[in-house]
Ligand binder design. Structure first.
Ligand code: NDP
Length: 307
C-alpha cells in the first residue's frame, strides 16, 4: 500500500499559511497583494483555470483582478494591457493565461511582463535566474511538486530523479529545482532511447508528457515515488475501458459524464509498486494554484519591504 501524496490537503495548508501572512501584513497597514490575470478569448478550460485562480487569490485575501480581452485582440492590445499592469503599483503579479488564441505571439508577449511581476516564472530572465541559483520566480507546477515532496519528507538529496517531459513550463524547471535539491537528475523526452529502462532507475519519477495512463509497471521500480503531472481528458470509450479495467466505479463515472480526467500514470497498476504516488485529480494540480499565490505573496513582500 503506497502513500497517497495528497496535493489537495497540502495545497490547502499552503493557502492557509499564505492567508495568515496576508492578514499579518494588512493588519500592519500594508495594502493586500495584487494579482492580475489576463484572459484572452473564451476557451472553456482557460476560463475554468482563471476562475479557480481568482477564487483562490480572493480567499487568501489578495486583491484579484481578471482582465478579459476579446479573442480577436491584437498582439499590440495584449501588450498594452501588460505594460499598464507593469506600471500599476498595486499589482504584484501578472499572469497571462496560456494558451493564447491562435496567432498571438506567446513568447513575445511573455517577454513584455516585468520579470519582477512574472509570478508564473515564464520570463527567460526568471528561467535564467533559476539555472543560475539566483532569486526569482519559479514556475508554479514544479515549485509545488518540490513543496509536496518536502512536506511528505521524501528524501531528495542524493536521490535519482527521472523527469519525463522537457517543456519550459514543467520538465525543464523541474530538472533545475531537483538539481538544486541535490538529486541526480535525468531529463527524458520523446527521443529518449529505452525510456522504460531510464524510468526504472528512478527513486523519484516525474511524468509530465500529456499522454493518458502512459506510465505503467514497466516504468516503475518497486519503492519509487511517482509524481503524475499529466491532466488528460479522456473521451474515448475504448481507452477509458482499458484504463479503468477492474474499476467499475470509475467506469460508471465515465459513462455518466461522457469523459474522465486521467493522469500520465496508469494509477491502478502503478500504485501497488510505488512507495508514494500523486493521484489525478487532487495531486499536483492544487499545488500549482497554491504556488501561484506563494509567488505573488513573495513579490508583494519584496515590493512592500516585508521580505
Ligand atoms: P508539453 O506538450 O509542452 O510537453 C510534453 C513533453 O513530453 C515534451 O517534452 C515531449 O517531448 C514529451 N513527450 C511527449 N510524448 C512523449 C513520449 N511518448 N515519450 C516521452 N516523452 C514524451 O506539455 P506540458 O509540459 O505543458 O504538460 C505536460 C502535461 O502536464 C499535460 O498533460 C498538461 O496538461 C499537464 N500539466 C499539468 C499541470 C498541473 O497543474 N497539474 C500544469 C501544467 C501542465 P519532446 O520535447 O521530445 O517533444
Amino acid at each position: 500500500m503506497s502513500v497517497r501524496l495528497d496535493g489537495k490537503r497540502v495545497g490547502d495548508e499552503i493557502r492557509g499559511e499564505i492567508a495568515a501572512e496576508v492578514a499579518r501584513g494588512t493588519a500592519a497597514g500594508h495594502r493586500p497583494p495584487g494579482l492580475a490575470v489576463i484572459l484572452v478569448g473564451d476557451d472553456p478550460a482557460s476560463r475554468v483555470y482563471v476562475g479557480s485562480k481568482g477564487r483562490a487569490a480572493a480567499e487568501a485575501g489578495f486583491a484579484e483582478m481578471t482582465v478579459k480581452l476579446a479573442g480577436d485582440s491584437s498582439a499590440a492590445e495584449v501588450a498594452a494591457t501588460i505594460a499598464r499592469l507593469n506600471r500599476e503599483e498595486a499589482v504584484d503579479g501578472i499572469l497571462v493565461q496560456l494558451p493564447l488564441p491562435g496567432g498571438l505571439p506567446e513568447r513575445e508577449l511573455v517577454l513584455g511582463i516585468d520579470p519582477d511581476k512574472d509570478v508564473d516564472g515564464l520570463h527567460p530572465m526568471n528561467a535564467g535566474r533559476l539555472w543560475s541559483d539566483e532569486a526569482g520566480f519559479v514556475p508554479c507546477t514544479p515549485a509545488g511538486i518540490v513543496e509536496l515532496l518536502e512536506r511528505y519528507s521524501v528524501p531528495l538529496a542524493g536521490s535519482r530523479a527521472v523527469i519525463v517531459g522537457r517543456s519550459r513550463l514543467v520538465g525543464k524547471p523541474m530538472a533545475a529545482l531537483l538539481l538544486r535539491e541535490n538529486c541526480t537528475v535525468t531529463l527524458c523526452h520523446s527521443r529518449t532511447r529505452d525510456l522504460a529502462g531510464e524510468c526504472r532507475r528512478a527513486d523519484i519519477l516525474v511524468g509530465a508528457i500529456g499522454r493518458p495512463a502512459f506510465f505503467g509497471p514497466e516504468h516503475v521500480r518497486e519503492g519509487a515515488v511517482v509524481v503524475d503531472v499529466g491532466i488528460n481528458r479522456v473521451e474515448d470509450r475504448e481507452l477509458a475501458e482499458r484504463i479503468f479495467a477492474g474499476q467499475p466505479r470509475k467506469m460508471r463515472a465515465f459513462e455518466k459524464n461522457g469523459s474522465a480526467l486521467v493522469g500520465d500514470v496508469d494509477y491502478a497498476r502503478v500504485e501497488p509498486l510505488a512507495a508514494a504516488i500523486t493521484p489525478v485529480p487532487g495531486g499536483v494540480g492544487p499545488l500549482t494554484v497554491a504556488m501561484l499565490l506563494a509567488n505573488t505573496l513573495l513579490s508583494w513582500q519584496r515590493r512592500e519591504g516585508l521580505a
